[in-house]
Design a binder for this molecule. Structure first.
Ligand SMILES: C[S@@+](CC[C@H](N)C(=O)[O-])C[C@H]1O[C@@H](n2cnc3c(N)ncnc32)[C@H](O)[C@@H]1O
Length: 195
């Protein structure tokens, strides 16, 4: 990741904190990943040499930049989904500053509906939208995964009741290896076909 992108990410971290502290409407908050969590997501994507990444929950593009910067050097691409057109516009503007836009497809709408129509395959999926829809989205995605795929989900510790069904579902996937990393808000990490 080049110095300009690192600088932009640091600026977005500051902006995100200030924005969310002053915004009372939760749906308008950016709710960006903690930077420590973003680093782990990035290292897994880069180390795995993921090429077909899917992000559910774009917000203003903070985590999308981490993901795209991690997969683009290996020729990878990211599809990222958010239902907020306003946030997607901000994400596009932020992503345009990185030179990574051509590796990213921004999709606007309900994630479950969009996922149902996506062909896949995906080798890296990051769930960071509403936890309630995640089990349905997981079920739709399972047949669209590459033989080995990482499935990550944030908020595994911060929203235990909301994410419980997803955690139960992911741990039930055949051949999956799962761990809950106590970083940031809690990161669920699963590798399918772990052998
Ligand atoms: C926690 S924020 C994502 C933060 C982002 N990953 C980051 O770290 O910068 C969750 C986002 O998911 C979006 N979202 C929530 N439920 C959704 C759904 N069912 N379909 C599409 N987008 C959804 C919200 O609009 C919000 O922008």
């Amino acid at each position: 990741m080049n110095a300009e992108i690192r600088k932009l990410l640091a600026e977005l971290e500051e902006q995100g904190r200030a924005h969310d502290a002053g915004e009372t409407d939760r749906s308008r908050k950016f709710l960006n990943l903690e930077s420590e969590t973003a680093r782990i997501v990035s290292m897994l994507a880069r180390g795995f040499r993921a090429t077909r990444a899917l992000e559910i929950g774009t917000s203003n593009g903070y985590s999308t930049i981490w993901l795209a910067a991690s997969v683009a050097p290996a020729g990878g691409r990211v599809i990222t989904i958010d239902r907020s057109a306003e946030k997607q516009k901000m994400a596009r503007e932020n992503l345009a500053k990185t030179g990574l836009l051509e590796s990213i497809e921004l999709r606007c709408g309900d994630a479950t509906e969009i996922i149902a129509a996506l062909p896949g395959p995906f080798d890296f999926v990051f769930f960071d939208a509403d936890r309630i829809s995640a089990p349905k989205q997981l079920a739709l995605l399972l047949p669209k995964l590459s033989p080995q795929a990482f499935l990550l989900a944030d908020n595994a510790l911060s929203h235990p009741a909301e994410i419980a069904d997803y955690l139960a579902a992911i741990q039930n996937v055949n051949g999956v290896q799962h761990a809950l990393i106590p970083v940031g808000k809690g990161l669920s990490v699963a590798l399918t076909d772990a052998g």
